[in-house]
Design a protein around this ligand. Sequence first.
Ligand SMILES: Nc1ncnc2c1ncn2[C@@H]1O[C@H](COP(=O)(O)OP(=O)(O)OP(=O)(O)O)[C@@H](O)[C@H]1O
Length: 218
Amino acid sequence: MQSSLQIKNLQLFRQSELLLSLNEQVKGGEILTIMGPSGSGKSSLLNWLTGTLNNSFQANGEVWLNGENVTDYQPHLRHMGVLYQDALLFSHLTVAGNIAFAMPKGNKKQRQEKINHALEQVGLKDMGERHPDSLSGGQQARIALLRVLLSEPKAILLDEPFSKLDTQLRIDTRQLVFDQIRDHKLPAIMVTHDHSDAEATNGKVLTLAKEQGHQHVR
Ligand SMILES: Nc1ncnc2c1ncn2[C@@H]1O[C@H](COP(=O)(O)OP(=O)(O)OP(=O)(O)O)[C@@H](O)[C@H]1O
């Protein structure tokens, strides 16, 4: 079965005011971009998807992952991988330790082999024993990506993931992330303020408006 992330009849309210309403399906390997002004509800949408919305919000609607309704699941049981603006690596752990931290339990040697293979794939061969503080911003971004991918997520959420990287590094990292999403055939939703990020997906772009109910689709 092809993987997919479905948002069914979402209506998100903040203090009884309708913030957004959405019906979307993202198939494996596709990236849906969400844009819109500050306060239009982009982060709140990601929080709803991960199950971490606080109680100033009310939501109707369902989120389905690979044909399963996960709306009432605890955040850690939804298997949504999130990539943030900051890599958020643990400084006291090695690179390999940071990646292993999020991986499903299992045979230690096999896990190590997976990590080594993944590091090699993103051009970071032999960096497993380094500490994140000794790596560049771009290298840290790649480690954050591997940590998410090797946690075996069912979908990927991207929250302004490239905004702290300089131009060329931004382009290269973005390409790597998008290629990996496509290779793993994962559905992805990306929040960004950057039009070039949106264009690089070749996918659908949804622009949330500040006023309730107004949405524009490319
Ligand atoms: N933790 C919170 N508790 C209560 N209200 C919140 C919280 N976070 C955001 N809001 C409010 O919810 C609305 C949507 O905010 P949200 O952060 O989702 O917008 P955004 O589009 O992500 O903005 P930005 O581009 O600035 O990150 C805003 O009116 C905001 O003030």
